[in-house]
Design a protein around this ligand. Structure first.
Ligand SMILES: Nc1nc2c(ncn2[C@@H]2O[C@H](COP(=O)(O)OP(=O)(O)O)[C@@H](O)[C@H]2O)c(=O)[nH]1
Ligand SMILES: [Mg+2]
Length: 226
């Protein structure tokens, strides 16, 4: 199957090349969306073999995923789309197990989980934020998951076509869960290893992240969809 990894990236010059190379070993192609980075992310990704798309303004991870999805489906003929992060926290070697339920026809969407089986070195503050997000997501979307905000996903072509992301910021994870329910897509969770280093933690503090997610979801529910 034609598997395309899509990687939103913002100021990831020092990490993106290794990430592209890692993912490339397990997929047919890699698309990086450079979201108006101020550093050399685009060139680093391109020299590692990725197709690089660029947003003229910074629009956030959700919008970048949507841009890359459209490219992967319409230009590259992707049969499976894998959402993958640019900062080295995800492991390419997890991709085959993530894609397998789609290849066998068992699911339309596979959601990575940091809490299924594999050991995690996720800090306590992040676990608390994730637990709150879990409750929030059940209340809002009615979907029950062990990990609501893991950005590692695999989508069949059909699912990628149906899950149109309209939330630009970080709340796309909740929107994807909403749409899985609305579109009645078959989903499963699979264990993935997410690596936490001091560098990646410093980049996105838990409190800021939780606030940003809640703000985006409320904006979507209260304003966009009325
Ligand atoms: N396109 C885009 N990607 C972003 C932005 N901010 C972060 N990312 C990317 O989204 C991924 C996850 O972001 P990160 O800050 O590591 O969040 P976390 O690991 O989920 O807490 C990484 O690949 C980042 O490069 C942004 O403003 N735009
Ligand atoms: Mg990260």
């Amino acid at each position: 199957m034609k598997i395309i990894a899509i990687i939103p990236a913002f100021n990831e010059e020092s990490r993106i090349a290794a990430v592209v190379r890692d993912a490339s070993s397990f997929v047919s192609g890699v698309v990086v969306v450079d979201d108006c980075s101020r550093d050399n992310t685009a060139n680093a990704a391109r020299s590692a073999g990725a197709t690089v798309l660029r947003h003229a303004i910074n629009r956030g991870q959700g919008a970048a995923l949507q841009t890359a999805t459209e490219y992967a489906l319409n230009r590259l003929g992707a049969e499976v789309v894998v959402h993958f992060d640019a900062d080295g926290q995800m492991q390419g070697c997890d991709i085959p197990a993530m894609v397998e339920p789609i290849e066998t026809g068992a699911a339309d969407v596979v959601l990575g989980s940091r809490f299924l089986g594999k050991k995690t070195n996720m800090p306590m503050a992040r676990r608390v934020v994730n637990r709150l997000a879990q409750w929030f997501t059940v209340a809002i979307s009615g979907i029950r998951l062990t990990d609501t905000h893991c950005g590692f996903r695999a989508l069949s072509r059909k699912a990628a076509q149906e899950l149109t992301i309209t939330l630009d910021g970080m709340a796309h994870a909740s929107q994807i869960q909403d749409l899985i329910v609305v579109r009645r897509l078959r989903y499963v969770e699979r264990p993935v290893t997410i690596v936490y280093s001091a560098e990646t933690l410093a980049k996105s503090p838990s409190s800021m992240r939780a606030f940003a997610i809640v703000k985006d979801i409320l904006k979507d529910k209260l304003i966009t969809r009325v």
